[in-house]
Design a protein around this ligand. Structure first.
Ligand SMILES: [Zn+2]
Length: 437
């Protein structure tokens, strides 16, 4: 049985979807004003693996991830680059999608842009004002946090703790320093007409409204990075509870941070912190392996050494599979059954709150067995077992063997059985050059 850690209850719990055989997921997406950092890639990779595993288990999955294309940071960056906001967000949305695909993830089923939902957000904010949960000031509309009974339910903080250490800022006319902006009055940059003057919606309202519009009911899983628990996710919950009278999501999943250790970065690789730079130096799938090789809730301290280590691990797996693939192509046995016993072990680890590090240990054992195996039927079965697992993790390499490579391999075998060792060596090095040995 699948068990997941739920931030809302701080417990690992058995997972039961709300609707039989169906899983609804919402992941907070990027604010598109720059290139994607290594750390931003972690949720993009992890939640893709989660979706693949749910599908492997037979669930029908709907994954929605928003694009924040209206934000102060976008306005600043557009000014800096002398672009209009739409040009900027189109460019970085495209880059984000390219990087998502390059990292082996599938594009979510829906990627709604915040700007496509502004009229709905305005309605929603009006509702909150009418319900007494929001109030209007010259600087914008604010959500009345003190009126929500269990505010702090996700981040496990009470109002007293929350109010400690809150700096008194320019927004002092707010009723409570914790009240958050759901509409910001502004004429600068991208701004929309509203009953409260020109301005733009707040980020916390964006996700609450998109959930309301796209799902319209409680969903199974809401996810993001741990840095989003407070205030973003807490504020999404507060609005949904008072506006829609249901909880936003049953399970809250959060992936740990990835820190880039700049100090230890070697000069030769040039301080990689962007995905687009990393993929010029390494196979993107070996980076994906690094990301999932650490438990999703643990932080990762990224260094070049760590990347080189995972790159070597990935090469080892790839080489073993490639050799097996060639041998299977020669014998034309491509449709072997995977070995149930190992798939059961794989499922046990995955069901244990996505213990992918344990899955990796299993893969290394299977690769060892594959390298030693002589029987071609068994090679086929081990290959198929590893492939089934790697497909779920999204790190399966793709192989293509040409007729000329097969001829080369047959000639090598022939030379060996003829005891023509010089020729065999020569053919072997040709195969090695092509990466088949
Ligand atoms: Zn969000």
């Amino acid at each position: 049985m699948l068990k997941l850690y739920n931030t809302l209850t701080s417990k690992i719990e058995p997972f039961e979807p709300i609707k039989k055989n169906h899983i609804s997921m919402y992941i907070c997406g990027p604010t598109v004003y720059g290139d994607i950092h290594l750390g931003n890639a972690r949720p993009v990779i992890f939640f893709d693996v989660a979706k693949r595993y749910f599908k492997y288990l037979g669930y029908d999955v709907k994954l929605v991830s928003n694009i924040t294309d209206v934000d102060d940071k976008i306005i600043e960056k557009a000014k800096e680059l002398k672009l209009n906001e739409n040009q900027l967000t189109d460019l970085y949305t495209k880059n984000f999608i390219d990087m998502t695909l390059t990292l082996g993830s599938v594009i979510p089923d829906l990627m709604p842009k915040a700007t496509e939902f502004v009229p709905q957000m305005i309605h929603y904010i009006e509702d909150l004002i009418n319900l007494g949960f929001a109030y209007v000031l010259p600087s914008g509309v604010y959500f009345r946090v003190t009126k929500v009974e269990d505010y702090g339910v996700l981040s496990k903080q009470n109002m007293e703790e929350l109010n400690q250490g809150v700096r008194i800022t320019l927004e002092d006319e707010k009723e409570n320093p914790r009240d958050f902006s759901i509409w910001k009055t502004s004429n600068e940059g991208l701004a929309f007409d509203s009953p409260w003057g020109k301005g733009r919606p707040g980020w916390h309202t964006e996700c609450a409204v998109i959930n309301h519009e796209v799902f319209g009911e409680e969903i199974d899983i809401h996810g993001g990075g741990t840095d989003l628990i407070f205030p973003h996710h807490e504020n999404e919950i507060a609005q949904t509870v008072v506006h829609d009278h249901h909880h936003l999501a049953r399970v809250w999943m959060h992936v740990g941070r990835l820190e880039v250790n700049q100090v230890k970065m070697s000069k030769s690789l040039g301080n990689i912190s962007l995905v687009k730079d990393l993929i010029t130096a390494f196979n993107p799938l070996s980076f994906r392996l690094l990301m999932i090789g650490h438990h999703y809730r643990q932080p990762i301290n990224y260094t070049d050494d760590l990347m080189v280590q995972f790159s070597k691990e990935y090469d080892k797996i790839e080489r073993a599979l490639k050799k097996a693939f060639l041998m299977m192509s020669l014998d034309d046995i491509s449709t072997q059954q995977p070995i149930t016993q190992y798939l059961e072990q794989f499922e046990d680890h995955m069901n244990d709150d996505f213990n992918i590090p344990n899955v990796m240990t299993l893969i290394y054992e299977l690769v060892k067995l594959l390298n030693k195996e002589q029987d071609i039927q068994m090679i086929g079965r081990l290959y198929q077992t590893i492939k089934t697992i790697l497909d779920v993790l999204g790190v399966m390499p793709i192989f293509k063997v040409t007729e000329s490579t097969l001829d080369l391999y047959r000639a090598w075998n022939q030379a060996r059985s003829n005891k023509d060792y010089m020729r065999a060596d020569q053919l072997r090095s040709e195969l090695a050059e092509q990466g088949w040995m």
